[in-house]
Design a binder for this molecule. Structure first.
Ligand code: CDP
Ligand code: CDP
Length: 222
């Protein structure tokens, strides 16, 4: 069967990476978490004390280091220069700075290049903010996941609780709203539904229900 490309976009905690991972596993496709790439660069900028507004220095950082993935049975591990940073790139210092790093045109150009290389052969489930609009504009299936801010904050809160990370619900909600705002209002490739994407409002939907809804869309594409 022909291997297609599946683009999944949407705001923070809409469920992109969870459902993308499940779909990739079921289809035996490659999963590519593009947010992890922007997070890895932000992690590097913090490590090297690079100003998040310094576009040129951020691109140089991108060129001088290697960001890579390794798929295990359980999860996708992220590496910077061969050192595992999977947990480190999810910490609040990275989360709160990543949208500033990701707004720069030259940074995005480099990232999109890498992502298109990963997606070029098809057989990929890629999630992010601009996959359907900029990275894989010809993807056969494009999904735009949304959910109410309240529900997205609740999901993150629960996830943090399970990991033993103490968080204040209202702060978490404000941070998500702020990141949504930065991601949707930036000039280059803002978070936006592609005209040919199917929107799924996942508020009140379980992970299984979302996966099933996407599988139905994939089936109609064949
Ligand atoms: O998992 P979560 O939704 O919190 O975010 P993520 O997918 O890890 O992405 C982190 C940040 O990277 C987003 O808030 C965007 O600022 C940026 N990003 C982007 O600009 N373009 C993408 N294709 C993916 C992520
Ligand atoms: O990748 P993105 O930031 O869009 O979201 P995620 O990391 O896949 O999902 C955030 C949290 O919401 C995870 O803990 C998921 O298990 C949970 N989730 C959920 O409870 N119900 C859904 N329909 C989708 C995700």
């Amino acid at each position: 069967m022909k291997k297609i490309s599946i683009a999944i976009d949407g705001p923070a905690s809409s469920g992109k990476s969870t459902v993308a991972k499940i779909l990739a596993k079921k289809l035996k496709y490659v999963y590519c978490d593009t947010g992890a790439m922007y997070r890895a660069l932000t992690y590097l900028a913090l490590e090297k004390n690079i100003d998040f507004e310094n576009e040129k220095a951020l691109v140089e950082l991108c060129l001088a280091h290697t960001i890579s993935f390794e798929q295990t049975e359980k999860e996708q591990l992220v590496f910077v220069d061969g050192v595992e940073v999977t947990e480190a790139i999810r910490q609040p210092n990275v989360t709160n700075a990543v949208s500033i790093v990701a707004k720069h045109a030259a940074v995005r150009e480099k990232m999109v290049e890498m992502q298109q290389e990963i997606g070029q052969a098809g057989g990929v489930v890629m999630d992010g903010r601009d996959i359907g609009t900029a990275v894989l504009p010809d993807a056969e299936v494009k999904i735009f996941l949304v959910a109410s801010v309240k529900e997205r904050a609740e999901r993150r809160y629960k996830e943090n609780q399970e990991k033993g990370i103490a968080t204040d619900f209202e702060t978490l909600k404000k941070e998500i709203e702020h990141r949504d705002y930065l991601d949707s209002t930036r000039e280059v490739s803002p978070l936006k539904q592609a005209v040919d994407a199917v929107k799924i409002d996942t508020t009140g939907m379980s992970i299984d229900e979302v996966v099933r809804a996407i599988e139905e869309i994939i089936a109609t594409n064949k």
